[in-house]
Design a protein. Sequence first.
Length: 221
Amino acid sequence: MRLEAIVPDFSANTTHGPIEFYDYAGDSWVVLFSHPADFTPVCTTELGRMAARYSEFKRQNVKLLALSCDPLQTHADWVNDIKSYYTDIPADFPYPIICDESRELAVRLDMLNETDRQDPETAVTVRALYIIDPNKKLRLSMLYPTTIGRNIDEILRVITALQLHDRLKVIATPVDWTPGEKIMILPEATNEEIGEIFPSSSIHSVSMPSGKDYLRTATKY
């Protein structure tokens, strides 16, 4: 599961019925994320918050798809607990949860830690999260240990950054960037390429002691 690798198609049973991953993804981006186990506190907060903020993902043409190694009926029962804990979740839980009891998919997608990945008696999925583009390429991955919950704002932020780069090509986002803040222009971008995208008034070059012209920013995009 290296960046820019094609994520393989797969079949899976989910809380929304059987799916074929490529059919499910269609022309959308996908956030595919694993959680260690049902009926656990951190996972309840994560899946609940992802469901509560589902409309934000949908606005960015992103579908959500969760995975763990628990049985399908356990997933279904746990969803009721999640909806009870987060009262702002839609009545119909908005995204599927994959049942991967054999752990075959978790191993295939590198969602298990090194110590337990070959031991079906002890292995649980770590908090792996993959952002996959409409071409089925892995564009970003996050791997958290089972004890640390993820940050939904960060997931939405990096999706925005990835989609912005795909649209403008010659840009990158600096440290701590949030949507609306200034962006960086890649050093290899020519003045002609830049001029086709940005108004000249929004471009700023920073003089450096080295004399190298590599720090250029844009404020309108």
